[in-house]
Design a binder for this molecule. Structure first.
Ligand SMILES: Nc1ncnc2c1ncn2[C@@H]1O[C@H](COP(=O)(O)OP(=O)(O)OP(=O)(O)O)[C@@H](O)[C@H]1O
Length: 568
């Protein structure tokens, strides 16, 4: 019930459309009922009179009614679907909006393929139900009762006979409707599996080929494909049974009415017109049953989709602005970690009791063995994750006191694996600050040492970089990330140096660009290269989620501890 209320809330902005669609559908349903009556009158009263003028007039009148009805039907099809797609669009926008806000921790466990299915297929089904659901259900009930009433009016005994067959039909519809619901749920799950597999196999196709594992992937895909086929076949089996039963049911009623009705005609209790009208009414009366079956078939799909949609919207972003959060002032970049601990899952602590003061403008290099928690520690600063204990402040303001967006706008991030969008170089660099001018973009590109490369490209900044930037080299992608950071111009910078080996020329260029970028900013570097470490004001050595040493390069070497070991 609460779910239905939530569902109908989406109709609110489109009530005008709803009533238009609904009104037209109701009138059209009533007109459908009028036709059998018109035919009865035509046969019983007009034909015996032999008055052709009246007959032609009646035919023209009937034609006009049909014309009106076809117009109404066109309105229902177009405006009704418009109502559905409006609701679907609104829901899709909300779903996407919400998805972009969910936290990293949530995405750590999410499967992109399933999410894509939610935003596309699920919502398409909801849109269909949003249109057909109320309209079909109410009109079906209305014409069903109306047709029945007219049958009684024409010939009560004959109507009783029809009424005897109806409960059996309804029972079948309900039973098979239930089966259909279950099958649709299974199909949904299969589609989800499918999308996940596709997304991963195609996204990772280069890895698949590099390992020569095409057959392996094909076999996995074939298994999902077969499961999907089997589930769909199950659904088609039910559909086939339902349509055969429906067809047979209708014919059965028609034949019974034909035989029994003929008998009543011979007896004189039913006119010929009444007889023909009754036969036509059987068809009209039967259509709502089919509609109810259709509602029973589509409704579960929409409801299953809507339930998942609601679940998605109910997932609160783990990290969001506190109600009293303030916009971050222009930050200088004094960073303080106080007793910070963190775990991705409760069983395994990743960071333990981190205490660290970083002065504005300082460059600090983080070093330590793989898995020591360097990346994790720095992911806490833009609040991609919140610490499980302790406190982090910038300029004395706790991170969670500041509005997320205003904080993140002041932190630049150049990570190991640079993500590029499939557009042009210009768009990718401009991502650093949407709305930057061409001159600013070009300047950032030059600062990131991309200038010479851009000048050799025939399309310059308008060169397409390919999906995820596949048409660029690793070094070029790094430089695009650096250009983004130049454009963003934040007071705080996090650099996660690429571990992949770059040739020494490229490495020197990138190092020069990074050095230029770091000027005048608080810079935290996860360092893998000696060059970077030497440039740092201070080195923080991490191991097992703790800080084990801090100090300048020479001091740490002299100390002869972990760092001295690493440096050797
Ligand atoms: N999203 C995540 N969910 C769960 N565990 C994670 C996640 N990211 C990292 N870890 C785990 O946290 C630990 C610390 O990883 P982190 O990436 O911070 O180390 P690092 O010091 O940066 O290593 P590297 O130098 O190899 O990049 C690792 O054991 C890793 O398996």
């Amino acid at each position: 019930m609460a779910m239905l209320r939530a569902f109908f809330a989406y109709y609110r902005p489109w009530m005008g459309l709803f009533w238009l669609d609904f009104g037209c559908a109701v009138v059209s349903g009533l007109l459908e009922l009028a036709f059998p009556l018109a035919i009865t009158g035509f046969i019983d009263h007009l034909l015996p009179q032999g008055n052709w003028t009246l007959t032609v007039a009646a035919a023209v009148g009937l034609l006009l009614l049909y014309l009106v009805n076809s117009g109404l039907m066109a309105v229902v099809v177009y405006w009704g679907h418009k109502l559905g797609i409006n609701i679907e669009t609104e829901m899709r926008a909300r779903a996407f909006d919400h998805l972009t806000r969910l936290s990293w921790r949530w995405y750590d466990r999410a499967r992109t393929g399933k999410l894509v299915a939610r935003v596309t297929r699920d919502l398409e089904e909801i849109g269909e139900v949003a249109h057909h659901g109320p309209e079909d259900a109410i009109i079906a009930v209305m014409t069903f009762i109306g047709a029945f009433a007219l049958m009684f009016l024409i010939h009560p005994q004959l109507a009783y006979i029809v009424a005897l067959i109806v409960p059996a039909m309804l029972a079948l519809i309900v039973i098979y409707g239930g089966k259909m619901t279950q099958t649709w749920r299974a199909i949904y799950a299969r589609v989800g599996d499918f999308n996940v597999r596709l997304e991963e196999a195609l996204g990772g196709v280069r890895v698949v080929q590099a390992f020569g594992n095409e057959h392996h992937e094909s076999a996995l895909f074939a298994s999902d494909n077969r499961n999907y086929r089997a589930t769909k076949l199950e659904a088609y089996k039910i559909m086939a049974t339902v349509s055969a039963l429906q067809y047979m049911g209708l014919r059965l009623v028609q034949v019974v009415v034909m035989v029994v009705g003929a008998w009543f005609v011979l007896q004189g209790s039913l006119t010929t017109g009444g007889f023909v009208g009754f036969l036509v009414l059987v068809g009209v009366f039967y259509r709502p049953l089919e509609k109810i079956a259709a509602v029973i078939e589509t409704y579960p799909r929409g409801i299953a989709g809507f339930r998942r949609y609601q679940e998605l919207l109910a997932t609160e972003p783990e990290i969001a602005d506190a109600p009293d959060a303030i916009p971050a002032p222009a930050l200088r970049g004094d960073i303080r970690f106080q007793g910070v601990s963190f775990a991705y899952d409760a069983t395994r602590p990743i960071l333990q009791g981190i205490d660290l003061d970083i002065r504005a403008g300082e460059t600090v290099a983080f070093v330590g063995p793989s898995g020591a928690g360097k990346t994790t520690l720095l992911a806490l600063l833009p609040r991609f994750y919140d610490p499980t204990a302790g406190r982090i402040t910038v300029d004395g303001i706790a991170l969670d006191r500041m509005q997320l967006n205003s904080l993140r706008r002041q932190i630049g991030l150049v990570s190991q694996d640079v993500f590029l969008f499939g557009g042009t170089l210009r768009e990718n660099i401009a991502y650093g600050r949407l709305g930057a001018t061409d001159a600013e973009i070009m300047q950032a590109a030059r600062q990131a040492q991309l200038g010479p490369m851009i000048e050799t490209l025939p399309e310059g900044l308008d060169t397409i970089v390919g999906e995820r930037g596949v048409m660029l080299s690793g070094g070029q992608k790094q430089r695009v990330a650096i250009a983004r950071a130049f454009l963003k111009n934040p007071p705080i910078l996090i650099l996660d140096e690429a571990t992949s080996a770059l040739d020494s020329q490229t490495e020197r260029e990138i190092q020069a660009a990074l050095d230029a970028l770091a000027v005048g900013r608080t810079t935290l570097v996860i360092a893998h290269r000696l060059g970077t470490i030497r440039h740092a004001d201070r080195i923080v050595v991490m191991a097992g989620g703790r800080i084990v040493e801090t100090g300048p390069h020479e001091g740490l070497i002299a100390q002869g501890g972990v760092y001295a070991g690493l440096a050797r």
